[in-house]
Design a protein around this ligand. Sequence first.
Ligand code: DX5
Ligand code: ZN
Length: 223
Amino acid sequence: MSARINPSILSADFVNFERDFASIAGADLIHVDVMDNHFVPNLTFGQPMVARMQQVTPLPLDVHLMIENPERWAVGYAEAGVFSVTFHAEATENPIEVARNIRAAGARAGVALKPGTDVDPYLEMLAEFDQLLIMTVEPGFGGQSLIEHTLAKVTKARRKIDQEALDVWLQVDGGIDEGNIERVAQLGADTFVAGSAVFKATDRDAQIQRLRNLANAGISHRH
Ligand code: DX5
Ligand code: ZN
C-alpha cells in the first residue's frame, strides 16, 4: 500500500484554479470541497465549476460534498467524469442508495463522517463504499487543528478493512501536516487531504513529496 496525497483546493486561489492545478502536478488526486452554506456554514462552488475543473486537469478529482440532500446532487458530480464522489453520512438517511447511484454513474463512492459521528454503523456496510472519509476537523474551513479523538475511528476502520480485505480507501481530512501525517498513516489512513500544508509551501510539489514520504514511512511501521 502506498500513500496518496490529495491537496485541497479550498486553499487555492479561487480565480486561478487552472494555474494552481499546475503547481500541484505531483499530487495523486485533487480534493475538491463543495459547500452549500447549509450543511456547513461556508459556500464554495457547484457542479458546473467542478465539471469544468475536470476538463482542465489530467489529475483525477476527489469531490467532497459538504451539502444537504446528496440524493439530489451527488450523481451529477459523478456524471461530470470525476474520479470519486464522497457525501456526508449525516446528510442522508439512505447512504447505501446514494453510494450505489454514484457507482452506477461511473465514479467511486465515498462516505464521510463528521468528528462526532460514530463509525460503527458504517463499518457494517463498508463494502458498499470505495472510500471512508474520517473528518479530522469540523467540516467547513481550512487551516484548523486536527482533533485527536477522531483518530480512534481511523484505527477501528483500518482493522475492519484489513480483516475483510476490502478495497476501501481510508481518507483523513483536516489539519493534516508534516508534523502528524506519519502518525496518522501508522494508525491506518492511506489517503491524505492537505489544504494549507500544501498551498502554503513555495514549492508545492516538493511539499507533496515530503508529505508522501512521511506517510509511507508511517504505513511501513504499522504493526
Ligand atoms: C474542510 C475541508 C478540507 C480543508 C482541509 O471542511 O473538508 O478539505 O480544505 O484544509 P486543511 O488541510 O488546511 O485543514
Ligand atoms: Zn474536504
